[in-house]
Ligand binder design. Structure first.
Ligand code: PMP
Length: 360
């Protein structure tokens, strides 16, 4: 009998959305927080040219990409790392800085991949309770243990869509020990109203990492390109655990072209924010509880879990897939990605009809 190592045997596979519309129904996927539109048209030529170099391994140092990122965000190039999606960087952080003798801490309703990477590193995964769907700094600080080596906080948060102010993040950092690495995951940062509060300057302290991705605002989820600014001594360790040829030639070319079309990215964010706020209002006026979101998705809160499951079933019957939630205090919620207007109209119409029939 061939057996996996015990900590892998004990894990469940990472749960991606099951998208299986009823026979004959068009699939409407509002479940993966993808961009509502394809990436900048400028990437087509860049990718075609890169494909001609497909017989060569990609640049292991992402040189052109890092130079452009440094220029755009006014960052030092030293300490910039690109990943096969920011997931690879999150995994690398846990692999290099957590382990059987250490704990990883995150808010209870944080992005579930934080737990997965802690389990893979055989580290203990601790969670801190949230208050009204928002990260509670007091709870996070109270949950810190002597062996807490890594703290993950997504800002804005997934699946809550809420954001944390710079002042609060500074307060969190000040409250952590200096041997605890704080990771601020800004996967949805471009959608937040206050992009002008970047946290990159904290990285110079040597104990903080800021992650970003091109999967969301730049619409490159399918190309798998994430990046982060790391203190150089941390970056050296992460590189040891990463695949040295992690971002394909087409991925690097697409990312560079997308970064070179900032107008398109800002237009995507404006379009997303306009639709997000319009549909949040529409759902609220139909009686649903929808907290203010700073991302490209909405969290829709139902009376209880069985009500949420009923609404989810009604949507699936029409081929519309939202993401049901299971986290503490969120089992009565569905998360809806801001997709095309017509798809959101369809979702809202199904929810309206369902609410007329089933909501008290
Ligand atoms: N962080 C958060 C908070 C996310 O929601 C996601 C994707 N859903 C990621 C990181 C990973 O993004 P990617 O690997 O596509 O860059």
């Amino acid at each position: 009998m061939i057996r996996p190592v015990s900590h892998v045997a004990a894990m469940s596979p990472y749960a991606l959305a099951q998208l299986d519309p009823p026979a004959g129904q068009r699939l409407v996927s509002l479940s993966q927080n993808e961009s509502l539109r394809p990436p900048s048209p400028l990437i087509a030529q860049a990718v075609a040219e890169a494909a001609a170099n497909g017989h060569l391994y990609p640049d292991p140092d992402w040189t052109a990409l890092c130079a452009r990122l440094a220029e755009l965000h006014d960052l030092p190039e030293q300490g910039l790392l690109c990943g096969n999606g920011s997931m690879e960087l999150i995994a690398g952080l846990a692999q290099a800085f957590a382990g059987p003798d250490a704990a990883v801490l995150a808010p209870a309703n944080a992005y579930p991949f934080f737990r997965t990477v802690a389990q893979l590193a055989r580290a203990r995964f601790d969670t801190a309770a949230e208050v009204d769907g928002c990260v509670s700094f007091d709870a996070l600080l109270a949950a810190v243990q002597p062996d807490t080596r890594l703290v993950f906080v997504a800002n804005p948060g997934n699946p809550t869509g809420t954001r944390i102010s710079r002042r609060d993040l500074l307060r969190l950092r000040e409250g952590l020990r200096e041997n605890t690495l704080l990771v601020i995951d800004e996967a949805y940062g471009e959608f937040a109203d206050d992009l002008n509060e970047p946290m990159f300057d904290l990285v110079a302290r040597g104990d903080t990492v800021v992650l970003r991705t091109l999967s969301k605002a730049y619409g490159l989820a399918g190309f798998r390109v994430g990046w982060g600014l790391f203190p150089p001594q941390i970056a050296v360790q992460i590189r040891k655990v990463m695949n040295p040829n992690n971002v394909s030639v087409c991925g690097q070319a697409a990312a560079l072209a997308a970064l070179n079309d900032q107008d398109y990215m800002h237009e995507t964010c404006d379009l997303t924010a306009e639709l997000r706020d319009r549909f949040a209002d529409r759902l609220r006026s139909a009686g649903f509880d929808v907290p203010k979101s700073h991302t490209n998705f909405l969290l829709i809160r139902f009376a209880d879990q069985s009500t949420a499951t009923g609404a989810d079933k009604a949507l699936r019957e029409k081929g519309i897939f939202l993401r049901p939630q299971s986290g503490a205090g969120l089992a009565n919620c569905l998360r809806a990605t801001i997709g095309q207007t017509a798809d959101l109209e369809l979702m809202a119409a199904v929810l309206d009809r369902w609410a007329e029939e089933f909501q008290p």
